[in-house]
Design a protein around this ligand. Structure first.
Ligand code: F6P
Length: 546
């Protein structure tokens, strides 16, 4: 396999084809084929993808599918599902799909049936969730649990936080979840503020159990609890989710209260593992299993559907078209559903941490652009904020519009308006002001030809949310495979972490910092103010915090 996909002949054919298409407009394409809207759409298990509003033709699609074939996407899918160590820099298999594999199946890794391990942990999670939901689990003073607080960051926070927000309608009446992630003390203050320690359980979620933000928040939470209920209360009020039993024990959490996952699950792929414990507690084990079933439905589809009808492959290859042949720098995710408000942030980690790389799996420069800048916000709010740039800015931004056909509220007018806006936006982006009568002044003219996909879900349930997440996970996989990157490591975050540790030590000491003149001056300014203003605030020592 060549280092760069650009070495493949089909890459050049795509580039030439793009140049030929440059003068073709979206309206021309729709005029040419009145059935385009239905022809360029695909459906699997209730999930609809309309990709007709892209400047593409049958030839574009066939070249993109040839690229997928020539780059070995099918073999890549088999390698991932089969447990090959495709996370090359960490020498790990990538088997998050096993987290949603039914118990009757088996996947062997190093002589162990990992499906079995997954279901054993799921059973333990279900027992805890049932105990909390039924009031059987009692805190140190004998009261039932009312709040679970997930302490984690990145993949150990974004997934459960996003899913909780999306699935609030499925939540237990009396048990709520809260999430604390930032090392910024305002975050934990916000979460602890009105909490009753007697009815709270903390879930310390960290794959590595070495992440400074999470451990700092966990220590602060433990101090808060111990100050109010004493040391003995910790066992009834703290559980851990991790791959690192030693560090969990060192922190002081009984390994009996630890829920395991495995190093073949990347942090940003870990919501369906025990990292989803807070979600399972509030929506219940049955609904959590629905989320797994939805994800599994897309896994099967991804593994078996022909490339041309394969939703994640289509999404991935359209993204390649925009990024590598049309020069798109960014990509917007626009859920027309307030319950999916946290989806863009979740997908930001999934996409940008997975594919924001410059070298391939063998360390060679890739030579073509990789992950675009991903951002987004729910419609219609985004329309009144950044959509101006989507419609008339100088940088076209391909986008995914996500709609849910059937709401759970009864405000029909609201939902019709919401969906009308979704349909209107994709139309305005595609066709501009084509069908308005008369000439418009330049500042009121809309160029159109701005690409978008529309994804429709029948309802928003744990099942369809599971489908949506798997859809994007596999889209990211397809793109990573085309670019040749290792989508499952994240070495890019290490440098900043290491530097922060050194700077933290300098801030705590009296030494003059010996870094660059900008950082030195900023640190000295902070140190002066810190001495003057916060001397009496902090109670923890450095050793306690790190
Ligand atoms: O710093 C990045 C990262 O490693 C993410 O990949 C991960 O999701 C997050 O930190 C949290 O890591 P952990 O679960 O080990 O605390």
């Amino acid at each position: 396999m060549p280092a760069s996909p650009s070495a493949l002949p089909v890459w050049h054919e795509l580039a030439t084809h793009r140049a030929e298409l440059a003068a073709t407009s979206m309206s021309e394409l729709f005029d040419r084929d009145p059935r385009r809207g239905t022809e360029l759409s695909a459906e699997h298990d209730g999930v609809v993808l309309d990709y007709s509003k892209n400047v593409i033709t049958d030839r574009t699609l066939s070249l993109l599918m040839r690229l997928a074939r020539d780059r070995g996407v099918a073999a890549g899918i088999d390698a991932m599902f089969g447990g090959a160590r495709i996370n090359t820099t960490e020498n790990r298999a990538v088997l998050h799909t096993v987290l949603r594999t039914p118990a009757e199946e088996s996947v062997m890794l190093d002589g162990v049936d990992v499906v079995r391990s997954v279901h054993e942990v799921l059973e333990r999670m279900s027992d805890l969730a049932d105990a909390i939901r039924s009031g059987r689990w009692r805190g140190a003073t004998g009261r039932p649990v009312r709040t679970v607080v997930n302490i984690g960051i990145g993949g150990s926070d974004l997934g459960p936080g996003m899913a909780y927000h999306a699935l609030r309608e499925f939540a237990h009446d009396a048990v709520e979840a809260r999430f604390v992630s930032n090392v910024d003390g305002h975050d934990i203050d916000r979460v602890l503020g009105d909490l009753d320690p007697e009815t709270t359980v903390f879930i310390v979620s960290s794959k590595t159990f070495t992440t400074v933000e999470t451990l700092t928040n966990a220590r602060t939470a433990r101090r808060w609890l111990v100050d109010r209920l004493g040391d003995e209360a910790v066992g009834k009020h703290f559980v851990a989710v991790s791959t690192n039993a030693d560090e969990v024990a060192a922190f002081g959490i009984d390994p009996a209260n630890m829920f395991e996952f495995w190093n073949w699950v990347g942090g940003r792929y870990s919501l369906p593992s025990a990292i989803g414990l807070s979600l399972m507690i509030v929506i219940g084990p049955e609904q959590f299993r629905e989320l797994l079933a939805g994800a599994h439905s897309i896994d099967r589809h991804f593994r078996t559907a022909p490339l041309e009808q394969n939703l994640p492959v289509l999404l991935g290859m359209l993204g390649i078209w925009h990024r590598n042949f049309c020069g798109a720098q960014a990509f917007a995710v626009l859920p027309y559903d307030q319950r999916l408000a946290l989806l863009p942030a979740y997908l930001q980690q999934l996409d940008m941490e997975s594919n924001g790389k410059s070298v391939d799996r063998h360390g060679r420069p890739i030579g073509v652009d990789t992950a675009p800048i991903l951002w987004g916000a729910p419609g219609t709010n985004g329309q009144h904020a950044f959509f101006q740039m989507l419609h008339q800015g100088t940088t076209p931004v391909p986008s995914d519009f996500i709609g849910v056909l059937e709401p759970t509220h009864t405000h029909r007018v609201h939902h019709d308006l919401l969906m009308a806006n979704l349909f209107a936006q994709t139309r305005a982006l595609a066709f501009g002001d084509l069908d308005s009568s008369g000439e418009r002044p330049p500042h009121r003219s809309f160029p159109g030809d701005r690409p978008s996909n529309t994804i429709l879900l029948p309802r928003l349930t744990p099942y369809t949310l599971g489908q949506l997440l798997a859809l994007y996970e596999h889209k990211v996989f397809v793109q990573g495979w085309i670019w040749g990157v290792n989508s499952f490591d994240q070495w890019g975050v290490e440098l900043g972490k290491n530097l922060a540790t050194g700077i933290y030590d300098d801030l705590e000491s009296d030494r003059a910092p010996a870094l660059d003149s900008s950082t030195n001056a900023l640190m000295m300014r902070y140190r002066r103010l810190r001495r003057a203003g916060t001397a009496d605030r902090d109670t923890a020592t450095t050793d306690e915090m790190i």
